[in-house]
Write a protein that binds this ligand. Structure first.
Ligand SMILES: [Zn+2]
Length: 608
């Protein structure tokens, strides 16, 4: 149960509205917006918790003068709400600037071209059958209407920027309303870049929202500093106010009052509910709203139950309940990786070529994407070098065309340009491509087979130049290298590098009991999103170990990332090539005798 202040403090925003004589944002939105060809409904459809939220954001926040934070489950229409709030101000105020910022460039263009332009174009029609919101746009000759900015009448502007790719542009914008979307993925320096945006504004409306991840994040701090308002639905039997939770949400849309036990439809009970702060609002720096999928009129109990069964505990807590989760099973978060592995190298960029004696290692994850199947993954190539005691990503590329002959030709070119002395490529989707590369480069190129139940961590077959590896043992090491910031990801011109960080972070730790003993298994966090970059990096890491042996970066010791695991798990990964070979697998010993004593071969010319 949430800790509630003894006397609920219920804000009477309706009265505030009448006093202020303002345009009611709820009436404004319902009048002008449409959704899927129908009127946009906020009142009486079960999402009535948004009524007071909108009124707070459009009227209450001006009075309170505090930043607002919304912590929410996925798919609860909050980006749409931010758009509505922005439109309300832009259409009702003069000389008003909104800055809506996202962590990713792709999110900006998607929002701008689909959501904003769609909302304007598909707004309710006036008597001449013109979309009414279009009438609020500036109509002078030089009016601005681009992906990153739309000009409204009376010198009001809606700007949309990415907080990383366009941080410099952001610093120059003076805004009245700042919407920080997907806030859980904002890095520290991205937050800094919007810090001064509101300083010159008479309104200063700051609105940060997102779906929580682990505790201890900046987002978590914002929430902890807020008054944490939870929506209390009202029992139609006894007037009792209660929060919808997993216990009282029974089936379909039916909830049960914990006091009088009456079963009722949440869409009806939500219509008379209220927001209740769980801390004294006047003692808090921020106003906070919590929105879970349990409240949503779109979510049935059955759908919630399905997610409970299919999602990891963390994903369920984060994306359905909208709660921060302390026992994180996701070892990598983009914001943290960027802070530790990328931003310290913001003056460095990828290399255009590498010249001997410097040497590099390449990993290739072949994509299953073909002309016929456009749903598969792209081929990803990653080239790393050893830079003192760290690895450095010298180059990485998503190959977006399907023609494998063209792909192989391009990779051959990269092997030469970057002086790659060892290449490891997955054989699953690339047996033919591997052979083509081996025809030219010999055993510099090794194919790699991921195995889930291999006795040793690494087995090399000298006959066919194929490595079999214990998939999760190697992934664990490469993830550990990233967690410990032992990898340099050059961050200059980083617009084209964000995908790499997103992909390597799309990882969670699961459990496997297949071989009898429980052990960690590394899976995708978002099943629909790719993680080929992580695998190409893993192959590049394996390629480096085949050459460097004991001099490779990394530590194979098992670690738990804060999650309680059975103690037996660690023993799966106890073999270490760094501790003198006592725990070294046979495959690793074979590997070392095979590759290490080769002092007289000049690697930079081999195979060219
Ligand atoms: Zn009741």
């Amino acid at each position: 149960m949430k800790n509630l202040a003894k006397k609920p403090q219920i804000m009477d925003l309706t009265a505030l509205l009448q006093n202020a004589g303002e345009v009611d944002p709820v009436r404004f939105i319902e009048k002008y917006r449409t959704i899927r060809g129908k009127g946009f409904k906020i009142v009486g459809e079960g999402r009535d918790y948004l009524v007071d939220f909108y009124r707070y954001m459009c009227i209450g926040a001006l009075k309170d003068r505090k930043p607002t934070v919304v912590v929410k489950g996925r798919q609860v229409e909050m980006t749409e709400a931010a758009l509505n709030i922005a439109l309300y101000y832009l259409c009702n105020y003069k000389f008003f600037t909104t800055l809506h910022s996202f962590p990713r460039d792709s999110q900006v263009s998607r929002f701008s071209t689909q959501r904003l332009q769609g909302a304007l174009r598909d707004s309710a029609l006036d008597s001449d059958r013109n979309p009414m919101l279009m009438n609020f746009l500036a109509d002078h000759k030089n009016a601005r209407n681009t992906v990153s900015g739309v000009e409204f009448k009376h010198s009001s502007y809606y700007y949309m920027y990415s907080a990383w790719g366009e941080a410099d542009a952001l610093r120059g914008i003076s805004a009245d309303l700042l919407c920080r979307d997907e806030f859980q993925d904002w890095s520290g320096s991205a937050v800094d870049s919007t810090d001064a945006c509101l300083s010159a504004s008479p309104y200063k409306i700051e609105f940060s929202f997102g779906t929580p991840k682990g505790t201890g994040s900046t987002f978590n701090d914002l929430w902890d500093n807020s008054d944490k308002r939870y929506y209390h639905t009202r029992c139609s039997g006894c007037n009792n106010l209660f929060i919808i939770d997993l216990d009282n949400f029974l089936y379909g849309m039916t909830i049960q009052c914990p006091r009088c036990k009456k079963e009722q439809d949440k869409r009806i009970s939500n219509q008379t509910g209220v927001w209740v702060p769980s801390k004294e609002s006047r003692n808090c720096l921020r106003t906070g709203f919590h929105i879970s999928q349990l409240m949503s009129p779109m979510m049935s109990r059955e759908e919630i139950t399905r997610k409970q069964l299919e999602f990891s505990p963390m994903k369920f807590r984060n994306e359905v309940l909208g709660d921060f989760f302390s026992g994180s099973t996701n070892p990598l978060e983009p914001a943290k990786v960027i802070a530790s592995c990328c931003e310290p190298y913001s003056n460095e960029d990828f290399a255009h070529q590498i010249v001997a004696p410097k040497q590099t290692f390449m990993g290739i994850d072949w994509g299953g994407r073909t002309d016929i199947n456009d749903k598969g993954a792209y081929t990803v190539v990653t080239i790393i070098s050893k830079d003192r005691d760290k690895y450095k990503v010298e180059f990485t590329k998503r190959i977006t065309y399907n023609d494998y002959l063209k792909q192989v030709a391009y990779i051959k070119e990269l092997i030469r340009m970057y002086n790659c002395i060892s290449v490891v490529a997955d054989i699953g989707a690339g047996a033919i491509q591997c052979q083509m590369l081996q025809t030219e480069f010999g055993d510099t190129v090794k194919s790699c087979y991921y195995s889930a139940n291999l006795k040793s961590k690494y087995v090399y077959n000298n006959e066919n130049w194929m490595i079999s590896v214990d998939r999760d043992a190697w992934l664990e090491e490469v993830i550990d290298i990233i967690v410990r910031a032992n990898i340099i990801i050059p961050w200059k011109n980083n617009k084209d590098k964000q995908w790499f960080v997103d992909q390597i972070c799309n990882t969670r730790i699961g459990m496997s009991e297949k071989t009898g003993n429980v052990r960690r298994k590394y899976e995708k966090e978002e099943r629909k999103m790719p993680n080929d970059a992580l695998h190409s990096l893993n192959y590049a890491y394996i390629a480096s170990v085949t050459e460097l042996g004991e001099n490779a970066v990394g530590s194979p010791t098992a670690r738990q990332y804060g999650q309680a695991l059975p103690t037996s798990i660690g023993s799966n990964f106890s073999g270490s090539r760094h501790n003198g070979g006592a725990g070294m697998s046979k495959g690793m010993q074979k590997l070392q005798t095979r590759f290490n004593p080769m002092p007289n071969i000049s690697r930079d010319t081999r195979g060219r």
